[in-house]
Design a protein around this ligand. Sequence first.
Ligand SMILES: NC(=O)c1ccc[n+]([C@@H]2O[C@H](COP(=O)([O-])OP(=O)(O)OC[C@H]3O[C@@H](n4cnc5c(N)ncnc54)[C@H](OP(=O)(O)O)[C@@H]3O)[C@@H](O)[C@H]2O)c1
Length: 342
Amino acid sequence: MEFDRTQDARALPDRPVVAVVGATGLVGETLLTVLAEREFPVGALVLLASEGSIGRRIAFGGTEVAVRRTEPAAFDGVDLVFFAATGALSRTLAPEAVRRGARVIDKSASWRLAPDVPLVVPEINGALLDAGAALVACPNCTTIGLVMALEPIRRAAGLRRVVVTTMQAASGAGSAGSDALAREERAVFAGAECVASDTFGAVLARNVIPVCDRLEADGASTEERKLVLETRKILGLADLELAATCARVPVPIGHSASVWLETETPLSPAAAEAALDAFPGVRVAPAPTAADVAGSDDVLVGRVRRGLDGVGLQFWQVADNLRKGAATNAVQIAARLLAQGG
Ligand SMILES: NC(=O)c1ccc[n+]([C@@H]2O[C@H](COP(=O)([O-])OP(=O)(O)OC[C@H]3O[C@@H](n4cnc5c(N)ncnc54)[C@H](OP(=O)(O)O)[C@@H]3O)[C@@H](O)[C@H]2O)c1
């Protein structure tokens, strides 16, 4: 559906009417938590989800809001819409929301690679928001953690090539993924038969699955393609050599990544750590785990070292996929749009 998504959008009022599409999902729920934690000045809240959730009441700001049907008319009078449902819904309904004058922050993959849609991690390229685009895309949960660790190193010494292997939590596949892991763990501990879920295509409990999302004809997975293309777009490095393998691990929350990279100019591990620690939203820790970062907005980086043969730098990076990987990043974008004022 064509629409002018680069049009100068209406400035947000001081207390915007906010809609969340997918309010009952993992990202939607986390969005509401982060909006409340950061005291985002929500003027009124419109919560939308699938037919099965209509009428469900969700607590927010000392009151309860009933979930409504997801339809274009729901955006009438709304200033800011977070899309945290399916890619298909974002494709069809984001243009409807923009046409009605709303600013849109989309968590799905639908608009991320559109050349005229800013793909934003505020600490890195938040200045793109100043151009006034009506639709802003939020990167994939794995991409955000990785670029938060790459950007300080790039600023210090440039980036030549990157090799990354990710170990991604079950909740990265939404509530279906979380539920599948919980179900399988219960079966394992009960000594019952464990059946592979449709979400992961294999039993995840006590296992590692070397594919996230689905495989494409060239042997790469859709997740790996997102990670590579989105990283290049956010960093503005169209030719960055980047090889990615994305695996699913039986962890509830928190994506981990093992990274090897080569810089353009020499950078010692100590200088890399200093650059990482000085970057907003990144903290250096000795050997951070997924459990350490779950519930936190920071990206943790540890085990920063030279490659064993002296070539390149290696480190370990973890981020909460539902917070900085999704909801927190979206709320940071919203806060910057709000700060632009009228
Ligand atoms: N999970 C992550 O770590 C993560 C990170 C970054 C980005 N994302 C992206 O964020 C989005 C949401 O992910 P999630 O993990 O929160 O998924 P989820 O837990 O499965 O939640 C999906 C949400 O979408 C709603 N929904 C589904 N079909 C709908 C329909 N036809 N009409 C209206 N609402 C519908 C669901 O409503 P019901 O509850 O009524 O079914 C639910 O609120 C996805 O685009 C995902 O790719 C996820």
